[in-house]
Write a protein that binds this ligand. Structure first.
Ligand code: KG4
Ligand code: ZN
Length: 477
């Protein structure tokens, strides 16, 4: 299948097809009738609860004109070109929306990032992030529709991230998604943020079918999963403390780097000037024969190295002396090398485990914000090729948080009948939304359980996989 990158906006047929039918409907109430008639399942995803607080803060808007045409394989779905889904993402610090068509065509993609807030707080501050989402959400969604040359009436469904993430932030996206879906009688799909990072690779790579492996690396997660089917994942490894993105962000902050594009890109850039073998950092968890990660210790090693070189984070790297700049670059490069070595070691083992469980695996997906790092991609490509697999890494704009991945994952679930019916047009102010801030993706692989694990387990939602399995069992009985 050919993949095309275009910049023009093709006309979209003004009708919607519902899963498993070829009924055309333009009128929302007609669509609702069809929807109610066709729907046979209990909703898997009940969403959402209110709150908002406008205030003004400068944000940066951008959107790509990129369109990706592809027809990924899927065992149980008809890749219906005429489905059009709006995806909304507000789980962390990016307010994103996109419109994607059933054939994988990206009709629009809009992101408002909280660059100034990131720089000001050196990380994501939930309350300020929530306020920033609330200020821009309407505009981001409207821009996504306008750039796709569509209105809400042209949509087949609305997809929105319901977890994991910051509750305050998730709520803004969910409230908006429910308001669009409610006003235009559209079905709604609740999306798992990490599943979306993994599945967007299926939009990009047409050969990528289940089962496949995925390494998902972001600010809050370090996950190694085996994807058996849509919604069914085995978690081979996770972090026992911090994720790699958090380690990049703290390293950037302590090195006095410009955080406006988040810490990772700043460390990656400075690392190009440094000697990656000059500072001796230990690779974490070298003697743990599992697939789990730990970045808290490496963060401490970096902090101590920075203190030893008397680097002053308050002095921006742009104003540093040559020697000071070289010291910072050496630390950035040495940190990046060891942080990625840790990924490499665990991925090698995880591939062996995954092939024992699913010998037909051909691909390994690497996605999430940190996967946009060129050094990460290069090193992991070597590991994956040595194991005779193919690496699938979405382009950087689809690795970091975006609305496309949410729209696409919504499409995948919508096609197989996993969605909620349209919510009422108006909901009470005290309506309690179903938000899942701590929501595992898959079931833990017994062999992979870490003895070093110190993660809190309270208030964790049942995993996506366990919910989907329970639902399938219920359908069968
Ligand atoms: O997936 P993502 O956009 O948001 C979360 O779900 O967390 O990932 C954000 C993380 C941040 O920690 C950011 O510093 C990191 O991804 N990141 C990078 C790069 N670009 C983004 N880390 C290393 N190198 C990069 N080029
Ligand atoms: Zn993410």
């Amino acid at each position: 299948m050919v993949r095309l990158f275009l910049t023009l906006s093709p006309a979209i047929p003004r009708f919607n097809l519902y899963p498993g039918t070829s009924i055309l409907a333009t009128n929302p109430s007609l669509r609702l009738q069809k929807h109610l008639k066709l729907r046979t399942k209990t909703p898997n995803f009940s969403l959402i609860s209110p709150s908002s607080s406008p205030n003004f803060q400068r944000t940066r808007f951008y959107s790509t004109g990129t369109r990706i045409y592809s027809l990924p394989n899927s065992e149980n779905s008809n890749f219906d070109d005429n489905l059009v889904v709006l995806g909304i993402e507000t789980s962390c610090d990016d307010t994103a929306a996109a419109v994607v068509r059933g054939n994988g065509e990206i009709l629009s993609q809009v992101i408002s990032s909280q660059a100034e807030l990131l720089a000001q707080y050196g990380g994501v501050a939930p309350k300020q992030a929530e306020e920033a989402h609330s200020r821009v959400i309407d505009k981001v969604v409207q821009d996504a529709l306008d750039r796709a040359s569509l209105t809400e009436k042209d949509l087949s469904a609305v997809a929105v991230t319901i977890g994991p993430g910051l509750s305050l932030c998730l709520r803004v996206g969910v409230r908006k998604a429910r308001s669009v879906a409610g006003n235009f009688s559209l079905p709604i799909v609740g999306v798992h943020h990490m599943e979306a990072h993994a599945l967007v690779a299926r939009l990009v790579e047409q050969e990528l079918s289940f089962p496949f492996m995925a390494l998902l690396i972001s600010g809050g997660h370090n996950l190694l999963v085996l994807a058996h089917k849509l919604g069914q994942y085995t978690q081979l490894g996770t972090t026992v403390d911090d994720a790699i993105g958090e380690a990049f962000d703290k390293t950037a902050k302590w090195l006095g780097l410009d955080m406006r594009r988040s810490g990772g890109p700043a460390v990656e850039q400075l690392a190009l000037e440094g000697d990656a073998k000059s500072v001796k950092f230990n690779v974490p968890m070298k003697y743990h024969k599992d697939c789990n990660f730990s970045y808290a210790g490496l963060k401490t090693q970096v902090r101590l190295a920075i203190e030893a070189k008397e680097i002053d984070a308050k002095c921006p790297v742009s104003s540093a002396t040559n020697e000071d700049r070289r010291n910072r670059a050496d630390i950035a490069a040495s940190f990046q090398r060891v942080a990625v070595l840790h990924l490499e070691e665990k991925c090698e083992r995880a591939i062996d485990w995954a092939l024992e469980l699913e010998p037909s695996i051909k691909h390994m997906v690497v996605s999430g914000g940190v996967a946009s790092n060129k050094y990460v991609r290069l090193r992991l490509n070597n590991i994956v090729e040595n194991k005779n697999l193919k690496l699938v890494c979405p382009p950087p704009s689809l690795c970091t948080d975006n609305g496309v991945m949410v729209a696409w994952t919504g499409l995948e679930h919508f096609r197989v009948g996993r969605y909620d019916p349209p919510p009422p047009a108006t909901e009470p102010d005290d309506f309690v939304y179903d938000l899942r801030p701590r929501w595992p993706l898959g079931e833990e692989y017994a062999k992979g359980r870490s003895k070093a694990r110190s993660m809190r387990t309270a208030r964790i939602h049942p995993s996506l996989t366990s919910i989907i399995r329970a639902d399938s069992l219920q359908q069968q009985t």
